[in-house]
Design a protein around this ligand. Structure first.
Ligand code: BGC
Length: 729
């Protein structure tokens, strides 16, 4: 439809029809049995159902076709309904959770993954996904850290941008793509105390320099939507925050698309104490420029009256409605309201998507310890023990359109890779301690004690038979994701007990940790010979993990978040501001900035990860000692594979602005490159440093660089390497 026709359509719509384009209701309202939690089915009036512009949380071409047919028939202008869904890291084929994807440090692969997700979702009738989540996360207590790509603004920017490109492709009308939604704007990840939905207090420079960066970069890729966040920022809920939504999002970032609230967030402004009632909440959300009200009911109940009484202007309403109609038009819905709803097509898992997922899993694994070259596994007797050894629950809580039945477990993959007489499996213990509270309620197991005694006995027997035990431990998948904040980030006691008992058998232990958040692993690493983070790896989890265990693939994942010694260090991140009393590396540290009972830094820092081979960095050099704003400097290093097998290294560039009108972080990731080297081979890796990379939000509140001294590291994690210096003149 051309612009003129679209405007004519708008002019012909009644006030009620216009308002309803801005209303989103749960898919469960259209169909019994639709998988969505939250408000109860049947709460939405039929008149709203008939006109609501969009719905969420349902999929499947056959189901959606029926809904669309009825909806279009009943709609006065036959405007199609839009279907949205949280396709967060997979639709049918589930990839590693976003935190695991962050660990790949490979935006090209992440883009291919997003293309695959879009293809699967679009052929299942989905028009838009609520992804990527570009929230910066520094707090392991916050369960939604699993949905992010980590603590670093550059890594998050690259990953979120890659996802937008992958989901949307070059042409949204092409029915193998879906509209992307950058969320949750803004700074949702900075929730105080790591408690979900909690307030955030951020100075403007911290907000701009760290928290807003990834959203801003992803928005440059033209996502169709942006979602507001639940939290308040400096006292103002994001959903009614004019500074954030008008000044930053629309004016500065130039976002022209649809702004959607998070689920119920418009109405939650009443709980925040920012809006008096539903009417006030609807008004404040409109003022901030929120186009679609996701499921709070405030727009459907109050917006018509607000326009009728002139409190909200019709012009303001029309602008919002036009953005929603534009979105439908860009998706080609006016020409083909049944796109992706071809009953025979449906979405299926292909060999190709399985292979892509398998590779993604292998690339996401982060090897933290490998004493005595325990890995790759030798051709000896291997016992796979633990609650993650043979479970199909390898998807996260945000993969609800994926089916566990399609998942390959670690044990299933091990059976394909090894002769059966050389492997054994045992569950070892329950996943959780008795009566643990999870996102889905309290987990109670009848006869828990007896059950665990029996499981332990079997596990010890298996360990005694084996030469090496592969201990598959972790957090349950319902312990990360939305509303899963935790004050303790240890493995469940029962799993630690299993580890302790297996240790007593004296066998080599490879501990695999499946998790959606950083955990406290000090005790675990002491008892393990090898330790590897497997995240929540998804459909091809077993295959990807076993590919690395066997040595078919050398591990190359790097931590996208710091793993602390203890939860008391949270929030923890490598790119801190310096203090006036830095703790010296050696020598007395009294009256310096430190903990009395713990290191300051991480147990395993951002960017850290081992390989089966080793790499040596030599000949770090800069092409010049100084540069002007119009010049560049090339920083380079020679990386050599000094081991005896092929491996992949993530070479990282860090920069520090030594003095500024505001204090600058002690290091910031400024670039990264993944290279693959045969044994004995070397490669020169170089990065071009330009003035733009040196800019920050100065004391004068401008994005500018300042002349002075800069330090540069090229190294293998955020705490390693020796710097060189140059001057910006
Ligand atoms: C979450 C969003 C999600 C939305 C729709 C909310 O509870 O915060 O991330 O996209 O639900 O499912």
């Amino acid at each position: 439809m051309d612009r003129k026709a679209l405007e004519a359509l708008l002019n012909d719509m009644s006030l009620e029809e216009k308002v309803m384009q801005l209303v989103q209701i749960p898919g469960s309202e259209y169909e019994a049995g639709a998988e969505i939690t939250g408000i109860e089915r049947g709460q939405v009036k039929d008149s709203v159902k008939r006109l609501a512009g969009s719905t969420l949380g349902i999929w499947g071409s056959k189901r959606l076709k029926k809904i669309q047919e009825k909806y279009i028939m009943e709609h006065p202008h036959h405007i199609p309904l839009m279907f949205m869904l949280d396709v967060i890291h997979g639709h049918k084929t589930v990839l590693p959770c976003p935190l695991g994807q962050g660990a790949t440090f490979d935006p090209d692969a992440v883009k291919k993954g997003a293309e695959m997700q879009a293809r699967e979702a679009a052929t299942d009738g989905v028009h838009a996904t609520f992804s990527p989540m570009a929230d910066l996360c520094r707090d392991a207590r916050w369960g939604r850290i699993m949905e992010s790509t980590g603590e670093d603004k550059l890594l998050n920017s690259r990953m979120a941008s890659a996802m937008v490109e992958g989901y949307q492709g070059d042409d949204l009308k092409d029915s193998s793509h879906v509209a992307a939604c950058v969320k949750h704007f803004a700074a949702y990840g900075a929730a105080e105390g790591g408690r979900d939905y909690n307030n955030t207090e951020l100075s403007e420079h911290t907000l701009r320099e760290y928290y807003l960066r990834a959203y801003g970069e992803a928005i440059k890729k033209n996502p169709v939507m942006v979602m507001t966040s639940f939290n308040s920022i400096n006292g103002i809920p994001a959903t009614g925050n004019i500074f954030l939504m008008k000044k930053i999002l629309r004016e500065e970032f130039g976002f022209k698309g649809v702004l959607i609230s998070d689920w119920g967030a418009v109405g939650e402004m009443i709980n925040h104490g920012f809006a008096e009632d539903q009417r006030d909440a609807a008004y404040k959300a409109m003022l901030a420029g929120v186009d679609i009200d996701m499921c709070s009911g405030c727009y459907s109940t109050c917006l018509e009256e607000l326009v009728n009484t002139g409190v909200v202007s019709e012009k303001m309403l029309d602008e919002a409605v036009l953005r929603v109609l534009d979105m439908k038009n860009d998706l080609g819905l006016f020409e083909d309201p049944y796109r992706g709803l071809d009953i025979d097509a449906g979405s299926i898992i292909t060999d190709e998507s399985r292979m892509l997922a398998r590779k993604a899993v292998a690339a996401s694994l982060v090897l933290l310890e490998n004493r005595g070259k325990t890995l790759p596994l030798r051709n000896e007797k291997n016992a796979f023990i633990g609650p993650y050894a043979n479970t199909k629950r390898l998807q996260s809580s945000w993969a609800f359109s994926g089916n566990d039945e399609n998942t390959v477990t670690v044990w299933e993959a091990a059976m394909e890779a090894y002769e059966l007489e050389y492997i054994k499996v045992a569950v070892g213990c329950t996943m959780l301690d008795q009566d643990t509270v999870t996102a889905r309620g309290i987990r109670h197991v009848d006869h828990w004690q007896e059950e665990n005694s029996k499981l332990l006995e079997e596990a010890v027997q298996a360990a005694e038979w084996a030469d090496t035990v592969i201990l598959c431990l972790g957090e349950d998948s319902t312990q990360s994701g939305e509303a899963t904040s935790k004050a303790s980030i240890k493995l469940p006691e029962i799993q630690l007990k299993l580890l302790g008992e297996i240790k007593k058998t004296g066998k080599r232990i490879v501990t695999l940790v499946f998790t959606g958040r950083p955990l406290e692993l000090n005790e675990v690493r002491e008892l393990s010979d090898a330790l590897m983070i497997c995240w929540l790896p998804g459909t091809e989890g077993g295959h990807g993990v076993v590919d690395v265990l066997t040595g078919k693939v050398s591990p190359s994942g790097r931590l996208p978040v710091s793993f602390p010694y203890t939860v008391g260090q949270e929030p923890l991140h490598y790119d801190m501001y310096p203090t006036g009393r830095p703790k010296p590396e050696n020598g007395p540290s009294a009256f310096t900035s430190r903990y009395l009972d713990c290191e300051n830094g991480a147990l395993y820092p951002f960017g850290y990860g081992l390989s089966y081979t080793s790499f040596e960095y030599t000949d770090l050099k800069l092409s010049a000692q100084s540069m002007s704003a119009s010049e560049t400097i090339t920083a380079s290093v020679t990386v050599r594979n000094t081991g005896d097998i092929k491996g992949c290294e993530t070479v990282q560039l860090y920069i520090r602005d030594v003095t500024g009108s505001r204090v600058r972080p002690i290091r910031e990731l400024a670039g990264f490159k993944k290279i693959s080297l045969e044994p004995g081979m070397e490669e020169e890796v170089s990065f071009v440093i330009n003035e733009e990379m040196l800019r920050f939000w100065t004391a004068e509140e401008k994005w500018e660089s300042e002349a002075g001294k800069f330090r540069v590291w090229i190294c293998n994690n955020s705490c390693s390497g020796q710097p060189l210096e140059f001057q910006l003149v």
